[in-house]
Design a protein around this ligand. Structure first.
Ligand code: GAR
Length: 219
């Protein structure tokens, strides 16, 4: 029996990835406790999702702080007070300072709606459409001090169709996000992630079972 991982989840919006993680824990697919859900925006629907499941929530509006460092320091204190071991960014649309990242070394995960290192930054789905790629997807990675850059834990690919809109591609990618984010957190809960520079090795990984690929011909 492993000790459940203590998670702090940071959100800014709808919180469908948060929901997927809550569901995985409730199904007992993932051995973890969500200690606190923090939003930097008062209108984030994810806060209501968390409250519906009896989770502690906090609103920490970045507009109430005079600098990124001050905001991040409050966030670190809040997460430490709740006994958070691992920080999960689930649609959290704020850059984190070096100080925050150093407070949780190799213990901050992010999900990005593209196959990194392609299309980092904002509106990754639109970037993919504008570049005309035929395949895109989602990436779960550890956060380091560069944006959308740290070691990749898991990816899933989806086809991009000629008539896709930003919304249709986002929905196809989001369905994969909901699958791989809880699965990637589970690797940490099982102690299977070994970080080596800017890549990771997953203990007992046989044939990339976590990686989904839907070929365009198959759908
Ligand atoms: C997700 O698509 C996530 O990948 C993206 O925001 C969305 C949040 O959805 N994150 C980023 O673009 C971060 N660079 P959710 O609030 O429904 O989980």
């Amino acid at each position: 029996m492993t000790t459940p991982l203590s998670l702090g989840i940071l959100i800014s919006g709808g919180g469908t990835n948060l929901q997927a993680i809550i569901d995985a824990i409730e199904r007992k697919d993932l051995s973890a406790h969500i200690r606190i859900v923090v939003s930097n925006r008062s209108d984030a629907y994810g806060l209501a999702r968390a409250q519906r499941h009896g989770l502690s929530t906090a609103l920490l509006a970045h507009t109430d702080f005079s600098s990124r460092e001050e905001f991040d320091q409050h966030l670190v204190t809040l997460l430490h007070e709740h006994g958070v071991e691992m920080v999960i960014l689930a649609g959290f649309m704020r850059l984190l300072s070096a100080r925050f990242i150093q407070a949780f070394p190799h213990r901050i995960l992010n999900i990005h709606p593209a196959l990194l290192p392609a299309f980092p930054g904002l509106r990754a789905q639109r970037q993919a459409l504008e570049r005309g790629v035929r395949i895109s997807g989602a990436t779960v990675h550890l956060v380091d001090e560069k944006m959308d850059h740290g070691p990749i834990i898991m990816q899933a690919a989806v086809p991009v169709y000629p008539d896709d809109t930003e919304d249709s591609l986002s929905a196809r990618i989001l369905a994969q996000e909901h699958r791989i984010y809880p699965a990637a957190i589970k690797l940490f809960a099982e102690g299977r992630v070994v970080v080596r520079g800017n890549s990771v090795r997953i203990r007992d990984e046989r044939h990339w079972p976590q990686t989904a690929f839907q070929s365009p011909a198959a759908v």
